[in-house]
Design a protein around this ligand. Structure first.
Ligand code: SAH
Length: 354
């Protein structure tokens, strides 16, 4: 089967050329898929019936199903659990900021990075998502709400740089003028710090924002929280981040989940200040979300505010992540995980509701 949804326009042109079709047909097909967000070939009225039927057989497209949807009563944040044709599910979130609709997408089904505070990694990695499946999360949400999505953050389940080729393909296609045309400046990738991936990304010359999940100001504590820190030292990660800034000139984000008593001490603040010395970036504090299986107690906004003050004394620019939709399954991966547990008895990874 051909994965037509993950193909760039030139690839689609080559694919259709083999079938004796003119290049403009590829453009039409690309626009149906990525601009008009068609979910079946039947909708593509300006394509010849014979071509549509060939495509239906050789390159079927399946829109993901909405397995579950939660809408926050507090702020309207919407959390979706999408199901793909093979029964796997991923979470995506629509957040409504003042400056537009931002969708947070997943890049993998599960994750193998093993961060100790994160629900997404508890069941390990099942598989990578294709570029098409990353796009579909955005498309499905835009179709469902009828509102334009203006920004995407790759901050859901999965480590985007562990699925590098599909990630870059996704970034190029979502910002393509023949598709949704979302500005690169409104795209953000969040990584736990895979140094070779960060370095490769620099070479792509994409003007996207990069966020590093830092969570600790020294290697010792970081290794305790994030197994990835055993492979890459903070010196190497920070050097890769600095180099990314030098080519992209995009202000860097450092995510820091505040775990009370663990990574929010005076000493941590001091070390963090030294680590970020001279960097054009800011720290985004996330009060750690409670995950049943982890040992950390829930942090509140007060904890984040206290640590923010400590950091600001050292001249660091700090924001506190707005707590979107805390009344719905907030923490990364919790919705999918709950579903997987419920479905175990039913013998499938994911199950449609009703
Ligand atoms: N793998 C990528 C993106 C996915 S997680 C990364 O590591 O950046 C998105 C962000 O949420 C990361 O900063 C992650 O560390 C954080 N996060 C995960 N679980 C959390 C929890 N329970 N509480 C607070 N932040 C959490």
């Amino acid at each position: 089967m051909t994965d037509v949804l993950s193909m760039t326009l030139p690839e689609l042109q080559a694919f259709l050329l083999e079938k004796g079709e003119k290049p403009y047909r590829a453009r039409q097909l690309y626009e149906w898929l990525h601009k008009k967000l068609a979910v079946s070939y039947d909708e593509m009225r300006n394509l010849p019936l014979a071509l549509r039927s060939i495509l239906e057989t050789e390159a079927p497209v399946h829109a993901p199903s909405i397995v579950e949807k939660q809408v926050s009563k507090i702020d309207g944040t919407r959390k979706y659990l999408f199901g793909f044709a093979d029964g796997e599910c991923v979470e995506s979130v629509l957040m409504n900021y003042h400056h537009g609709n931002t969708v947070c997408i997943s890049s993998q089904v599960g994750c193998r990075m093993g961060c100790t505070f994160c629900a997404s990694t508890l069941l390990g990695l099942t598989r990578n998502l294709t570029a098409g499946e990353m796009l579909q999360q955005v498309y499905a949400i835009q179709k469902e709400t009828g509102e334009r999505v203006s920004g995407v953050v790759v901050m859901g389940t999965g480590e985007p740089l562990d699925n590098y080729d599909s990630l870059v393909r996704f970034l190029r296609m979502i910002s393509d003028g023949n598709g949704l045309n979302i500005s690169e400046r409104n795209l953000t990738v969040s990584t736990c710090g895979l140094v070779p991936g960060i370095r490769k990304l620099s070479e792509e010359r994409l003007m996207i924002n990069l966020a590093l999940s830092l969570h600790a100001p020294n290697d010792e504590l970081r290794k305790e929280l994030m197994p990835v820190a055993k492979s890459y030292s903070l010196t190497d990660v920070m050097s890769a981040m600095r180099d990314y800034y030098d080519v992209s000139h995009r202000r860097l984000t450092f995510e820091y989940s505040v775990i009370p008593g663990k990574n929010d001490t005076d000493r941590c603040a001091l070390e963090l200040a030294a680590l970020l010395e001279g960097i054009n970036g800011f720290v985004n504090l996330i009060p750690v979300n409670p995950v049943r299986e982890t040992v950390y107690a829930e942090a509140g906004r007060g904890d984040a505010l206290r640590f923010k003050k400590k950091l600001e004394k050292h001249g660091i620019h700090v924001t506190i992540r707005r707590e979107m939709g805390r009344d719905i399954d907030g923490a990364c991966g919790q919705l999918r995980k709950r579903h997987a547990e419920m479905s175990e008895g039913a013998g499938s990874t994911c199950r449609e509701d009703g």
